[in-house]
Design a protein around this ligand. Sequence first.
Ligand code: SF4
Length: 344
Amino acid sequence: MSQLERACDSTPKEIRVSIGTGITLGLVDGKIDAKPTTAYLMTYRKSKCSANCTFCPQSRTSSGKADMLSRVSWPVFQTKQILDKLRGASERNIIRRVCIQALNYPEAFTHLRAIAKRISEIINIPISVSCQPLNAADMRLLAEAGVERIGIPLDAANSELFDKVKGKLAGGPYRWKRQLELLKKAVNIFGRGFVSTHLIVGLGETENEMVDIIQDCVGMGVLPGLFAFTPIHGTRMENESQPQMQKYRRIQVARQLILNRISRSEKMLFDDKGQLVDFGVEHGILASIVRTGQPFITSGCPDCNRPYYNEKPSGPIYNYPRKLREEEVLEIQHQLNLGRGSGL
Ligand code: SF4
């Protein structure tokens, strides 16, 4: 039996899917006004993650529910059942990507690799994985198993915050420097633009710090996906607030400008509190970009819309899982202080 066959043999019998994915695949009753275009899967284990990120209900010391990640619940199904449903949904073009997430536990890599291999054998669909740091050899094996893109989360905007929410001070295994090194190695293996990271706005960073790390990621060939901090019951950050919407909108615009090489963090201006006050582009360019609504749509891999990961469907909505309506764009122009009278 080859190494790869052995990996497939270790496909876990059960797997979690996000509730929205469950509804879309017809496994869970319910209505959603924005269906996910990516199927979100999560490796299953009975106990929680061995890491200890302060914002996460899956963390070792959290008393939050074990079927939660952010504000989304993840029911458990038989892996075989999910594979059958995925094949049907992909053939009907309902699902255009599969994203497999893994908690940190000893068998996580074996499980990820086996699941990715199974999917790529039976379905012609791009696969992303989002996992905690692996070494370069393991990342190569994932690529061989059919994984197109990998996400390695930074979550925090700088090393101090990282240490506080994911690293030493949080009682977790992660180290900022190593995470950055792994992102670089991942780019060598998967290619520029095929490696993502998550950045959570609202962990205590300034806008300047967040914009700088976005610039660094883009410079490395890493695609930064933005999340809004969401307080979850049972975590050590359960009493903290979500980020101010204006702050989130400014960072979304800055990300769009940096990603599309229209501006750079060094060209942007910040006040003495680190708040973005000038995007480093002409007003007309800024206005037209905001008017598209594009910066405010969920950011991540292609076809990842992650509906309501950070927000209730009733709002306020940080990341739109679909094209924005006219009135939503108008509201954002107002939030950005770019409304009527300012040339927009
Ligand atoms: S590694 Fe991921 S799942 Fe584990 S505690 Fe941190 S954020 Fe949660």
